[in-house]
Write a protein that binds this ligand. Sequence first.
Ligand code: PLP
Length: 382
Amino acid sequence: MTHKSSPYSAATALAQALGAHDHESQGVVPAIHIATTYIRGADNSYPTGNVYSRADNPSYKPVEALLCELEQGHEALLFSSGMAAATAVFQGLQPGDHVLAPQVMYWALRNWLLNYATRWGLVIDLIDMTDVSAVERHIRPGETKLVWLETPGNPLWTISDIAAIAQVAKAAGAWVAVDSTCATPLLTQPLKLGADIVMHSATKYLNGHSDVIAGALVSADDSEFWQRIRAVRSQGGAVPSPHDASTLLRGMRTMHLRVREACTNAQFIAEQLSQHPAVLAVLYPGLASDPGHSVAKQQMHGGFGGMLSIRMRAGEQAAIHVAAHTKLWKRATSLGGVESLIEHRASVEGPSSPCPADLLRLSAGIEDKDELLADLLQAFPS
Ligand code: PLP
């Protein structure tokens, strides 16, 4: 599938799913294709290009086309989870390849890199990706094959300068892949900034309703590396069900509205709590005082995301107390849904995590911002 640019804005492209509908019935919503296999033509060919649903399913196509449009890529592929999408990128590398990845990143992927990718023969260096000079120091020209970024980086919301790092990586012959889950395709377009691949946990903002696990990759071009990644998916079969792909498309149709509200709520809560004496620090790139703010201002458009973290001055027990006493903020893992979530991350991430014990991760939903703030404040220990 080669991407063709739409003349419309992201809002129109999303609301209309690029005009996708069911051509057979003229239904305004594309059909769900449940077949696992497809009939050959009399000439022995597959007339629709579909062979077997582990590799191809027409239900993925409208979602992939929409993502490709939003990210301005060459091709998008859906996966069964964000982790399946991310790990497919690393499985597209060769044993012995050197990889740079951030110290601050989605913890399960960091653990997978250290525990599984290393067994595969990849050489992984976790570095400070907020510092372009650290990338310059650690990159090994000819040996480093991939620089993995996550910006904003979960759960400290650190910002990496995609354009500057892509320049360093390109000069050394390395590919750049960006986990842009928390930036969403609406706030940042990594391919335009020089990245080769962008990854999303579609479980989060793309779907937005906490009822589908899915992932996606979008590539800037049809490189040999991308072809290997495509083969990892079709041979390994880490694809979503057609029903999940359809639910995901429905969720994406309101993403622009949800992301806008989540950004407004997160910015408001960050500003309010940064004044509060019980709060040691608010980690949010939308605050002028945040160390990532100036880079975020350049590469994020329309908001700084719906994710923020707060550090409680009274320490770990105070943080756990807050998470236990909110009513609107649901005490659950994950992020990017319409409902606000709160989580004591150190309890989840374990001792290898850079996450301080006094930190609460907040996923701002789309509820009323004053009610969200009041709910947090009433949960603060007296
Ligand atoms: N990347 C980020 C930034 C995440 O927050 C997550 C999940 O929380 C993932 C990747 C993994 O996505 P999934 O849970 O869909 O496998």
